[in-house]
Design a binder for this molecule. Structure first.
Ligand SMILES: *Cc1c(COP(=O)(O)O)cnc(C)c1O
Length: 353
């Protein structure tokens, strides 16, 4: 740390991304990327002409992409916000809605919520998950906070709320923005996107990083009432109006035009998830009923960190968290069937030792 850093940031504990090692080729099941490439349409959209056009700034308003997204979700372009990954949008939301009036989110959830709250000096409360790691909607009734952030399905548990549970939280907090982070919704949970015209306090956030195979392109979008979108635009235009580059804009449009390909990939992931959950349970693991592209599992025979290390030695990367309630678990991204068979084989081998 230099002696120049503002004291507001000196104590900040930054988010730790999953490792992206370069020492050898791993089966990478640690950051919830898709095992499938973007569709051919995306590959073709990013052609030499587009590269030549990189001398020009991108459209700061992202008009074409917004219109495509609006059409896909039966909304208007004014109900759509896009930015450089959904992390960017979460950051803006904490800045816009939590800074003065504080935030609330589950004690076990996406680690960035706490980081953004601290970055913007927002007071926050964490609401404990129940004994089965479930979010209890009643715990969120009338929170009196500026922002309530809930990942649905939640991370790293994979457990999902029903649409009516989400609606009850939105309804009981008319004076708070309720942010539903749907990073994993395409793998089987119910989206709240259809409610944004009904509730002016609902902000639904999506990412292209998981189900759309574009983690490297950095693209996220939010769906909400016109007024909430305007708030986010105000902050985006006060930081970096060109947050999304030209190639990513093109890729984002091509994904929407190829929806069937991505639906099929999601189906394959959910099949591989069912296979993995069943295989791990047969090996004595406790595994949550994940609705995401990862499973969350704990062995009764080996500790969470030991399993993480043994798998790493065998060339398989998974994500281990050290927080007390979840340190015996690992979060394992669902990859191809071959990836998951290799994982199950390795786990069996480790337990046999
Ligand atoms: C992966 C993830 C994000 C971040 O997505 P990006 O668009 O890659 O920034 C946001 N929220 C949750 C819950 C995630 O798991």
């Amino acid at each position: 740390m230099s002696r120049f850093l503002s004291c507001a940031y000196a104590g900040l504990e930054a988010y730790t991304p999953g490792e992206q090692p370069r020492d050898k080729a791993y089966i990478k099941l640690n950051t919830n990327e898709s095992p499938f490439p973007p569709s051919e349409r995306v590959v073709q959209a990013l052609n030499a002409d587009e590269v030549r056009d990189l001398r020009l700034y991108p459209d700061p308003d992202c008009r074409i992409l917004k219109e495509k997204l609006a059409e896909a979700y039966a909304l208007k372009a004014e109900n759509v916000f896009v930015s450089n990954g959904s992390d960017d949008i979460l950051n803006f939301a904490f800045m816009a809605f939590a800074k003065d009036r504080g935030a609330a989110f589950p004690d076990i959830s996406y680690g960035f919520y706490r980081v953004y709250a601290e970055l913007h000096g927002a007071k926050y409360v964490t609401v404990p998950l129940d004994g089965q790691f479930r979010i209890q909607p009643e715990d969120y009734a009338s929170m009196g906070r500026g922002l309530i952030a809930i990942a649905n399905p939640n991370a790293p548990t994979g457990l999902a709320l029903t649409l009516s549970q989400v609606e009850s939280i939105v309804k009981s907090n008319p004076d708070s923005v309720v942010l539903i982070d749907e990073a994993y919704v395409d793998f089987g949970a119910e989206s709240a996107s259809g409610l944004v015209t009904k509730y002016d306090n609902l902000l639904v956030v999506h990412t292209y990083s998981k189900s759309a195979s574009l983690a490297g392109a950095r693209l996220g979008f939010a769906l909400a009432s016109r007024a909430l979108i305007e708030d986010l635009e105000r902050i985006k235009y006060s930081t970096n109006p060109y947050a999304i580059n030209r190639l990513t804009l093109k890729a984002g449009v091509a994904v929407i035009e190829d929806a069937a390909y991505y639906r099929q990939n999601c189906r394959r992931i959910t099949e591989n998830r069912a296979y993995t959950i069943e295989a791990l349970r047969e090996l004595g693991f406790t595994v949550t009923d994940s609705m995401a592209n990862f499973v969350f599992a704990k062995s009764d025979r080996i500790g969470g960190e030991a399993l993480y290390r043994e798998l790493r030695q065998r060339g398989i990367l998974v994500r281990h968290f050290t927080a007390p309630r979840i340190c015996e678990y690992n979060r394992i991204t669902v990859g191809t069937r071959q990836d998951m068979e290799a994982l199950v084989y390795a786990v069996r081998d480790i337990l046999a030792k």
